[in-house]
Design a protein around this ligand. Structure first.
Ligand code: FES
Length: 136
């Protein structure tokens, strides 16, 4: 009888583990994401992004890029293409943001220059205080 009880317990444990391994990803998929990560700010020093250079960051769980545009100053843009969501890449030589998926091209202001993207890249609030860049 002890052996039978042990096997029943073992099967119950394995069944529970299997059920949890399927249920947990389903619950995480259905449940809304935590709101804690929505309010995030980032600060960088101006000398971290020289003129003409860019720095990739993550803002509010969104891949973003901060660009120091020669003669125009800093801008923080989402890297998520407004066509189908691929990540745009900074092309320093051309002074453009290019989407590798369907050749969408954006200006360094985030405006669509060519290709299928229907609207500009999202811009994050950014201000410069002294030597510090504050984003978000
Ligand atoms: S996803 Fe960027 S152009 Fe299509």
């Amino acid at each position: 009888m002890k052996r039978r009880k042990f096997l029943k317990s073992l099967l119950a444990l394995l069944g529970s583990t299997t059920l949890i391994s399927f249920a947990y990803p389903l619950v995480r998929f259905v449940a809304p994401p935590s709101r804690k990560s929505e309010v995030k700010r980032l600060s960088l020093q101006k000398n971290e992004i020289p003129s003409g250079e860019a720095r990739e960051v993550v803002l509010n769980n969104t891949p973003a890029i901060i660009i120091n545009r020669p003669g125009k100053g800093y801008i923080a843009l989402s890297k998520v293409c407004t066509h189908l969501g691929c990540l745009v890449e900074y092309n320093k030589a051309k002074g453009e943001l290019i989407c590798p998926c369907h050749a969408g091209v954006f200006s360094l202001d985030g405006k669509v220059l060519s290709g299928p993207p229907p609207k500009p890249l999202s811009e994050f609030p950014l201000r410069v205080e002294g030597e510090t860049i504050l984003i978000g």
